[in-house]
Design a protein around this ligand. Structure first.
Ligand code: IFM
Length: 468
């Protein structure tokens, strides 16, 4: 950067800055105060499923240490904090009796955030399905979507008077395809048509939840998607076909029903006989497409795809993610420890392209963005995570470019406040702007935390700070 370039990208007045976390990744206290088991408890306790056998039993012990974590947020100066509610804390069996002690925890957390001047943004489902519901079919069956409405009512009845922003689902792509087709996430299934049914039932659950939230008078309602910026490896007809199929799998399964009132155009081309639609009913699209106040987007890295043979020759034995596509990595860039290429321009492109394709899209909140890095504690006791600072700075610049290009983005949440349980990758991947020592549970704000704090302060002062 030149001496004249601003250290902090500039955003419109009223732009929201926050950080995000999720229940199973930070809370711990897996069997306290009546919490029931979730599919992630079962999965992580199954040998061979997570790196090093890591579980969320203790995680960051946020369930007990939330006052310290809220103090870190207050010091950071965020406008909003995105956390998720664990369904099995609220309904240990996924339906029926409500566990008041579980709701009490979120009540305390909400109040302490408000006392700190921070607006809570609640995600209702960040992947921790009650195991009892999985035992009855999980997201393969329609009843789970109906139970989700019941659970939503229990949460909004308790927190609705104080929560400003509601997110029904986080990244349904992962809850359906990564969990039920790739099997890398809980519940670890590898299925075809049934995995497509899970995507549909998640969307239906979202629609039912929107209705329940509206009826309870909730103010701002949205869903968080991890839409991908996808490019074809070449302009050959074969690779363009792979691009169409990848767009269907990653993006259009969600965007078409939510924002265009139809199922994806290329679904037959993508899945053949697997996409038999047996799980759909008349009227579902109207429920799914209920108007939203915002859409949440999570962005980390772009994808490049090329045509490839199917791994399973028998079309009826294929999983829903075997669509004859492989990912390639043409980016001559740095990669994070997740192995993800760092390409901030793709963030701008995704946003501009999405808005062009869906001119009626509601305003966007970036509900996650961040990087996992090989952080170390320096002799001075600090964590000088220069790579993460650069990642955040470059992605916020890319976001600011999208806003300048006319994309209606209203907020940005860093993933994540704390280092935490990175699902099947365990605790080796550190995404936090605050380091967690898992032996002592000591929290250490990293350089990126201080950088983000400076950005928020500069935004508030409404004057870009110049680099020296
Ligand atoms: O940690 C996850 C989060 O739970 C969902 N979005 C992506 C993050 C990084 O992989």
């Amino acid at each position: 950067m030149t001496a004249a370039s601003p250290a902090f990208p500039v955003f419109p007045p009223g732009f929201t800055f926050g950080t995000a976390t999720a229940s199973y990744q930070i809370e711990g206290a897996h069997d306290e105060d009546g919490r029931g088991p979730s599919i992630w408890d079962t999965f992580s306790h199954t040998p061979g499923r997570t790196q090093g056998g890591a579980t969320g039993d203790v995680a960051c012990d946020h369930y007990h240490r939330y006052p310290e974590d809220v103090a870190l947020l207050r010091e950071l100066g965020v406008d909003s904090y995105r956390f998720s509610v664990a369904w099995p804390r609220v309904q240990p069996l996924g339906s029926g009796p409500v566990n008041e002690k579980g709701l009490d925890f979120y009540d305390r957390l909400t109040d302490s955030l408000l006392d700190a001047g921070i607006s809570p943004a609640v995600t209702l489902y960040h992947w921790d399905l009650p195991q009892a519901l999985e035992d009855r079919g999980g997201w393969r069956v329609r009843e789970t979507a109906e139970h989700f409405a019941e659970y939503t009512r229990a949460v909004v009845d308790r927190l609705g008077d104080r929560v400003g922003r509601w997110i029904t689902l986080n990244e349904p792509y992962c809850s359906s395809f990564v969990g039920y087709a790739e099997g890398r996430h809980a519940p670890g299934a590898r299925e075809g048509t049934a995995a497509l049914a899970t995507a549909h039932h998640l969307l239906l659950a979202h629609g039912y939840a929107v209705k329940a939230l509206r009826e309870a008078g909730a103010r701002e309602i949205g869903i968080t998607l991890n839409l991908d910026r996808i490019e074809a490896a070449s302009s050959s007809a074969a690779d363009l076909g792979a691009l169409r199929r990848a767009e269907t799998l990653h993006n259009e399964v969600w965007t078409q029903p939510l924002f265009a009132g139809r199922y994806p155009e290329a679904e037959a081309e993508t899945w053949g006989a697997l996409a038999d639609g047996s799980y759909r009913q008349d009227g579902d699209l109207e429920i799914i497409g209920a108007p939203l106040d915002f859409v949440g987007l999570n962005f980390y890295r772009p994808l490049t795809v090329k045509d490839a043979p199917h791994t399973e020759p028998d079309p009826l034995l294929r999983t829903a993610t075997d669509i004859g596509v492989v990912e390639t990595d043409p980016y001559g860039t740095r990669h994070t420890t997740m192995g993800w290429p760092v390409v901030p321009e793709a963030f701008t492109d995704l946003l501009v392209d999405l808005t062009a394709r869906h001119p009626d899209l509601p305003p966007i909140h970036i509900t996650e963005n961040g990087s996992a890095e090989a952080d170390t504690v320096s002799p001075d006791g600090a964590v000088h995570d220069a790579e993460r600072v650069t990642y955040l700075q470059d992605h916020l610049r890319a976001l600011s470019a999208a806003v300048d290009a006319g994309v209606d983005v209203r907020g940005y949440y860093v993933w994540s406040l704390l280092d935490n349980f990175e699902w099947a990758r365990g605790y080796g991947q550190r995404f936090g702007i605050v380091r967690v020592d898992y032996d002592t549970q000591e929290r250490t704000p990293k350089d990126s935390y201080h950088w983000f704090r400076g950005l928020i302060a500069s935004h508030r002062a409404d004057a870009p700070v110049q680099e020296h």
